[in-house]
Every structure is written in C-alpha cells, then in structure tokens.
Ligand binder design. Structure first.
Ligand code: SF4
Length: 228
C-alpha cells in the first residue's frame, strides 16, 4: 500500500514509536496469567473498557471457568452471568463458547498445538469463527501466540490519520500492511507499539477535543478534523 499522500510532512512509524517509548515507557502488555486468558480477554475487550474485562475475567477465574473445557460445557446462562461486567454478555458468551468448542475440537484444548499452526492459516481459522474479526484474531496471534502481526484498532487509525499517514478510510488489512511494510519484523516492537498507541488514544487522542498540547506526539505535524 502507498502511504496516504497528504500535503503535509509525515513522520515515520519508527520515529513515532521511539518517541512514544521514551515518553511513556513500556506498557507491559498483555496483562494475563496464560495465553488462554489472553485469548479470552481479546474476545471480551470488544466494545468495552479494559477494567470491565478484568472484572469479568476475575469472575470466570473465581468460578473455575477460565478454560476451554469449562467454557464449552457450562450452560450459556452461567457464562453470561460471569462475564456480565464486560457488556454485550449474551453475544460474548456465545463467541467464547464457540471459540472454546473449536479450540477443543481442532486442537484438543492445547494452546501450544494451536500456535504451532502457521500464522496465516491460524488467522484464517480464527476469522472463520463467529464474532472474531481481524482485530481480535491479530490480538490473539500477537499477544497469546507471539506471532509477528500488527493489531489495527480505532485508536491506531485515528492517530495515523491525524498524522497524515493514512486517509483513515482504508480497509483493515491495508492499514495493517502499511504498518508491517514500514517496521522491522519484531514481535516485541509490534506488542509495544500497539499498546503505546492505545495509551495515547485513551489519554490524549480523543475523538472529540484531543489534548495535543499534552500529548507526546504533539511535536509531530498533525491535523484535527472532528466529525460530529
Ligand atoms: S492528541 Fe494530537 S498530537 Fe496526540 S496523537 Fe492525537 S492528534 Fe496527535
């Protein structure tokens, strides 16, 4: 993909990354005790704040339901009750149970076996599951499987669009290719960069009224178009 040809100067992805590392430090992602917990968190975090996911995961853990076997076998209403803090709990319970059944059937519940599958094929398998889109699939690959893929989310699009890197209208895979083509193929870098972009999005780069004066990326050329 070609870079978005805005008229103004564009920063390199590497310069943004290094600047953010210096300004904000390591983000220690993904906060979880096991790769399976990362995968559950990646599903639950859709459309909600992380603090709500933490509450849902704590409840699953307390109920000894944080495994593919228990998630697949317990009644759906029981899973819904446990993950209620994460919002959209009926849909998310169905996604978690569908994912867990697939995980058991396809990989006998072994995360190690799952991540022995070539990344491209595994991504396609994940995308074939109901309720798992590219952002969730890539989060699973990167943060649970330590595979070198870049996660694109709304914060990434907004920050890159405001810094003249993309138009913001590109499809997911095109924006991801833009990043992969411009960064060294390093899992830890992809891990940290995505986490840093999320931190910037949450703290400064709000959809309306962004705080560019305080933001560590404020020194890079940017423009703000706020749509109602
Ligand atoms: S808040 Fe402003 S400076 Fe920071 S990333 Fe967003 S547009 Fe850039």
């Amino acid at each position: 993909m070609r870079a978005w040809r805005g008229r103004r100067q564009r920063p390199s992805l590497r310069s943004l990354y290094h600047h953010l590392v210096r300004a904000l430090g390591p983000q220690h992602w993904w906060p979880a005790k096991s790769p399976f917990e990362v995968m559950v968190g990646a599903i639950l975090t859709q459309n909600t704040a992380w603090v709500n996911v933490e509450r849902a995961i704590a409840q699953l853990e307390a109920a000894h339901a944080l495994s593919a076997r228990t998630l697949a076998r317990r009644p759906s209403t029981a899973i819904q009750r446990l993950i209620r803090p994460s919002g959209y709990f009926r849909q998310k319970a169905a996604v978690l149970q569908g994912f867990s059944r697939w995980h058991l059937k396809r990989y006998q519940g072994s995360t190690r076996a799952m991540f022995r599958t070539p990344a491209r094929r595994l991504r396609q398998e994940l995308l074939g599951l109901k309720g798992i889109g590219p952002e969730t699939a890539d989060s699973i690959l990167l943060y649970a499987g330590r595979r070198p893929t870049f996660v694109i989310d709304a914060y990434t699009r907004r920050i890159f669009q405001r810094h003249h890197l993309i138009s913001g209208r590109e499809p997911y895979d095109e924006t991801q290719r833009f990043c992969l083509d411009r960064l060294p193929r390093r899992v830890q870098l992809y891990n940290e960069f995505h986490a840093l972009l999320v931190a910037v999005g949450k703290r400064y780069c709000h959809r309306t009224d962004p705080d560019c004066a305080s933001c560590p990326l404020g020194k890079f050329p940017h423009h703000i178009e706020v749509h109602a």
